[in-house]
Design a protein around this ligand. Structure first.
Ligand SMILES: Cc1cc2nc3c(=O)[nH]c(=O)nc-3n(C[C@H](O)[C@H](O)[C@H](O)COP(=O)(O)OP(=O)(O)OC[C@H]3O[C@@H](n4cnc5c(N)ncnc54)[C@H](O)[C@@H]3O)c2cc1C
Length: 532
């Protein structure tokens, strides 16, 4: 923030990006890698919008194939592989199971043919990947194997199942920060808690953005010759205010995270609503979705009411009868407004992201999938005319590993850090640090030791107190929710209990000199994120 007030208003950028979700962050990273001066403003925290709320599946295009999109399927298979190259530490192969039987389109003959075509189109899906990330072929399994793979499956009319593999993003919130920090390392200026208010113009020429520091209320100007909107649902009001034409209708899409131990296969089934739902194991619990409204939703309806959540659970229980989920089982609801289109009299999620050119230096991304966000960002830069510069060769479209996206050598570096600060970590703390931070775990331990914060935050949790301060000092967290929901693992699956939130608030309040009122307000706002 202080950086913003001091130096940025005097700088001049080739590109200003509005929105720090996955699309904006990829655009910032790729523009900086191509050698352009880029600034990104995010009115909340990085990755706090839809990019916090998704179902964590890196799709390989099977859905696209269903609607006959051969080219799109090929593209998504290739892009799914890109994730295993960029962040091998943060993805894992996950089997999905779709029961066969109950109509021609769900017969073994039809689904078997589709799977063979899918395998043929995806022949290069594992090229150059380590064995642990190689995806087994999609195939049909017998009724017996389907029931063994998914105990509790409603077997009425089931003749067997299709099984295919996609990647799951294990820690999406860690990923968002890894992506943001890669953009910063590449030279991009990233500002959270800075809102874009309106375009600056000199005559008819775009000159940048008028912005407001969302924490202090201070307004300022950012000078840039081009602006790319990646503001997710926020783009709808910017389109209206900045007179950029019609934005697609928005529907509310949700997942519910249930306090139920999950086994390690995802199951797809149709709910009472007629929509296909998936029960996905995530962090040991069932994440069920994606539920969506049939009608466009107003911004005020972005967060579902208790009645809405009850209706979702009803739909989930009809699709997955063994769940028998009630409101008491809900740990967290992921919800957000997402662009849609009209099909057969009801709203359907837009199948593909797009880039729009508004003229006068203004561009926008209408993003609908985090899976393809990198490609969409590259397309946007090409449309804007920000290709690779001569002094930034080798920045083609091929995916590159992101810093700290790997765990290669992480255990050795962590052991060395522990030796150098003279600490021996408990096994659960050691495992947690490697799992969340990968190669950055060693830096976190050194930092925590220097800050005399190597103790656990709470007896029942593997998190170190130093991680909270590290999030503020090294990862641009400004608020309690940033630390608890996005920079650490503490609250990503709901309230961690053990008095951990209050303890975390006390530590941050001391470190950041918050008043008692500010501390309590930070706790209230964080709890709100877990409320149903
Ligand atoms: C329930 C659900 C499940 C999903 N599951 C999957 C899945 O499994 N796989 C998949 O690939 N995709 C999935 N998606 C889609 C995916 O989550 C989104 O397409 C993607 O995260 C959108 O990223 P974004 O950057 O466009 O938007 P966002 O992440 O919403 O980012 C936009 C950002 O812009 C900021 N902003 C808005 N206005 C302003 C302003 N004036 N100034 C500054 N900043 C501003 C917002 O604060 C926000 O952080 C799912 C979506 C939902 C809702």
């Amino acid at each position: 923030m202080s950086e913003f007030r001091r130096s940025l208003p005097r700088a001049s950028f080739d590109l200003a990006i509005v929105g720090g979700g996955v699309h904006g962050l990829f655009a910032a990273l790729e523009a900086a890698r191509r050698g352009w001066k880029v600034v990104l403003v995010e009115r909340d925290d990085f990755g706090s919008g839809l990019s916090f709320n998704h179902q964590r599946t890196v799709h390989g295009g099977l859905r696209a194939l269903q609607s006959g999109g051969i080219a799109r399927t090929r593209q998504q298979v290739a892009e799914r592989r890109a994730w295993a190259v960029m962040v091998p530490h943060l993805v894992r192969p996950l089997p999905f199971l779709l029961p066969t039987g109950g109509g021609v389109m769900r017969s073994r003959a039809v689904i078997g043919t589709a799977l063979r075509l899918y395998e043929w189109l995806g022949a290069g899906k594992n090229q150059g990947l380590p064995p642990a990330l190689q995806l087994p072929p999609a195939r049909l399994v017998s009724r017996l194997e389907a029931l063994a793979r998914f105990p509790g499956l409603d077997d009425t009319g089931v003749t067997g199942a299709a099984v295919w593999y996609d990647y799951q993003l294990r820690h999406p919130d860690r990923f968002n920060w890894v992506l943001a920090s890669a953009a910063i390392r590449a030279g991009a200026s990233l500002l959270n808690y800075v809102e874009a208010i309106e375009p600056l113009r000199v005559g008819s020429r775009l000159a940048g953005l008028r912005v407001r520091d969302a924490l202090s209320g201070i307004e300022g100007e950012l000078h840039a010759s081009r602006v790319l909107l990646c503001a997710g649902a926020g783009s709808a009001s910017l389109f209206e205010r900045w007179q950029l034409g019609a934005f697609p209708p928005l529907v509310r899409a949700c997942n519910v995270l249930l306090n139920r131990p999950a086994h390690d296969t995802a199951l797809a089934a149709r709910g009472r609503s007629g929509r296909m739902l998936t029960a996905t194991p995530w962090d040991g619990l069932w994440l069920v979705g994606t539920f969506q409204t049939d009608e466009p939703a107003a911004p005020a309806a972005a967060v579902p009411s208790r009645a809405d959540v009850e209706a979702m659970l009803d739909d989930a229980n009809s699709a997955f009868p063994s769940l028998k989920a009630t409101l008491d089982d809900v740990r967290l609801v992921h919800a957000g407004l997402t662009p849609a289109t009209w099909r057969r009299g009801r709203a359907e999620l837009l199948p593909e992201s797009s880039v729009r050119v508004h003229g006068g230096g203004l561009y926008s991304i209408v993003g609908v999938k985090f899976t393809t966000a990198r490609l969409t960002a590259l397309d946007a830069l090409d449309r804007i005319g920000l290709g690779p510069q001569r002094h930034a060769p080798g920045t083609g479209r091929a995916p590159q590993p992101l810093p700290h996206g790997t765990a290669d050598g992480a255990a050795e570096r962590l052991a060395e850090a522990c030796r150098s600060v003279g600490v021996s970590l408990d096994p659960d703390v050691h495992a947690h640090l490697l799992d969340w931070y990968g190669t950055e775990a060693a830096d976190v331990v050194r930092f925590s030791a220097a800050a005399a914060r190597l103790q656990r935050l709470s007896a029942g949790l593997p998190l170190l107190e130093g991680e909270l301060i590290y999030a503020v000092e090294q990862a641009r967290a400004c608020r309690l929710a940033d630390v608890v929901l996005r920079r650490t693992h503490l609250g990503t699956t709901g309230d961690p209990g053990h008095g951990a939130l209050d303890r975390a608030a006390d530590i941050l309040a001391t470190h950041l000199s918050w008043s008692a009122e500010r501390r309590d307000e930070e706790v209230r706002l964080t709890r709100l994120r877990w409320a149903v």
